[in-house]
Design a binder for this molecule. Structure first.
Ligand code: SF4
Length: 367
C-alpha cells in the first residue's frame, strides 16, 4: 500500500496498513527536527496509552498542550470556590476530577473531610435533583469544561430557571480553546512545526472557528480523532503538510467534525453565556477565553451572590504544572514527578486528571 489518500475508515485499518503509515512518518521526518503539539488532553492520554511516541522517529517530538479543563483551572478559582463553600456553608456539586485538585488551602476532598457537602455528579442535571431534595441548603454547581461540555451545562441552567430552583447557583470556570491556542502561539515560547487539533471540541465548534483564530499563523493544524489509527494517520497527514509548507486548518476526523460544527449546541451555549476573559493556569488571563452567564441568568451567578471578605491570596507551590501546560517542561523534568507527586498523592492538577499530562506520563511512560 503506497497511497494512503484513499483511506475512508480510519478505524478499520489493519496492522499492515499501520506499519505503512508509521514508515511513511519516518520517511517524511528523516531529514530534520520536528516539534508538534497535541492541544487536547485526550490525545495526550491516548498517545501515551498506546505507546505512540515510542514508534515515532526520535527527531519528531510530541509536546503536550493545555487541553485539560481541570488542569487549566486556576488556583484562585479553586481557592474562591473552597472559600465561599466554607463561608456560606454551600454544598458543592462538581464533576469528578476537580475534587482532588489541590488549591492553596487544600482540595474539595479536604473540604469534604471537614464535614462539608461535596457531591460528584456524572450529569449536571443531577445538581437539580440534589438541590430540590435539600431546599434548606444552598448549592453551587461548578461549571467546568471546554466547548464539548458547555452545551449540557447550558441546558441545565435553562432547566434551573424553568423549574424555579432557588437554592442552586452556578460558578462558571469554562474555557474556550481557540483563544488559548492563539495565546500559546503568540507567546512564542516554544517553536512548533504543526499542531494536532482537538477532535471533541472541534465536533462542537467546527473547522470554521479554528480558521477564524488561526488565519494569521503559518502553521498546519490538523484535527484528529482519538483512536490510535486516527492519531497515526493524522500525524502522517500533518507531517505531509509540514514538509509541503502548507498551512491552515485541516481535519482527518471527517466522521465527526464538519465545517460549521454542531450549530444546535452552539446556539444553546449562546443563549445562556456571554464570552468573557478568563484566567488559565500557566497562561494567565486570556481575553475572550471564558464564559459568564448572560444578564438573564446572572441571578444564578455564584460570583455575584457570594463574596469573600478578602481577595484570594494564592500560595505558591513547587508544582510546575503551568510550564507543563505550556509545553515548556516535560513531566519528568519536574523534580516532584513520581517521587512526591503521584496520582494517589497529586501535588498539582496535571497529575489529578485522567487527561493530565503528568498522569499520562506517570501511568504509561514511566518506565
Ligand atoms: S509532576 Fe506533579 S508537581 Fe510536577 S508539574 Fe506535574 S502535577 Fe505538578
Amino acid at each position: 500500500m503506497s497511497n494512503l489518500s484513499y483511506i475512508k475508515n480510519l478505524t478499520k485499518l489493519g496492522p499492515e496498513e499501520i506499519q505503512v503509515i508509521v514508515q511513511k512518518i519516518h520517511d517524511l521526518a528523516k531529514d530534520g527536527e520536528y516539534v508538534i503539539m497535541e492541544f487536547c488532553g485526550t490525545h495526550t492520554r491516548e498517545i501515551s496509552r498506546y505507546g505512540i511516541r515510542s514508534i515515532l522517529p526520535k527527531n519528531l517530538e510530541l509536546k503536550s498542550g493545555p487541553g485539560c479543563p481541570v488542569c487549566v483551572t486556576a488556583d484562585e478559582d479553586i481557592d474562591y470556590l473552597i472559600g465561599i463553600a466554607e463561608k456560606y456553608d454551600l454544598g458543592v456539586i462538581t464533576f469528578g476530577d476537580l475534587v482532588n485538585v489541590p488549591g492553596s488551602n487544600g482540595s474539595l476532598n479536604h473540604l469534604r473531610a471537614k464535614g462539608k457537602e461535596v457531591k460528584v455528579v456524572y450529569s449536571p442535571l443531577e445538581s437539580i435533583r440534589i438541590a430540590l431534595q435539600n431546599p434548606q441548603k444552598n448549592y453551587v454547581m461548578v461549571g467546568i469544561g471546554f466547548e464539548t461540555t458547555v452545551p449540557s451545562l447550558a441546558y441545565t441552567i435553562k432547566k434551573i430557571v424553568e423549574l424555579g430552583v432557588e437554592n442552586l447557583f452556578y460558578l462558571s470556570l469554562h474555557k474556550l480553546t481557540p483563544p488559548a491556542m492563539k495565546a500559546l502561539l503568540d507567546a512564542g515560547e516554544i517553536k512548533l512545526d504543526g499542531i494536532i487539533g482537538p477532535g471533541h471540541v472541534s465536533t462542537i465548534v467546527g473547522i470554521k472557528r479554528w480558521q477564524e483564530y488561526l488565519k494569521n499563523y503559518k502553521i498546519p493544524f490538523v484535527i484528529m480523532g482519538f483512536e490510535p489509527e486516527d492519531v497515526l494517520y493524522g500525524i502522517y497527514f500533518l507531517m505531509k503538510k509540514i514538509k509541503n509548507g502548507e498551512y491552515g486548518v485541516f481535519s482527518t476526523y471527517t466522521r465527526s467534525v464538519s465545517s460549521e460544527g454542531n450549530v444546535f449546541a452552539q446556539n444553546l451555549v449562546d443563549e445562556v453565556f456571554d464570552v468573557s476573559d478568563s484566567v488559565w493556569r500557566g497562561l494567565g488571563v486570556i481575553p475572550k477565553s471564558g464564559l459568564e452567564l448572560k444578564p438573564k441568568y446572572s441571578h444564578l451567578d455564584a460570583r455575584k451572590k457570594f463574596a469573600l471578605d478578602e481577595p484570594v491570596k494564592v500560595r505558591k507551590t513547587a508544582c510546575r504544572c503551568g510550564e507543563v501546560l505550556r509545553g515548556v517542561l516535560k513531566p519528568y523534568e519536574c523534580p516532584l514527578f513520581a517521587k512526591v507527586c503521584t496520582p494517589t498523592n497529586p501535588k498539582g492538577p496535571c497529575m489529578v486528571s485522567s487527561e493530565g499530562t503528568c498522569a499520562a506520563y506517570y501511568l504509561y511512560e514511566n518506565s
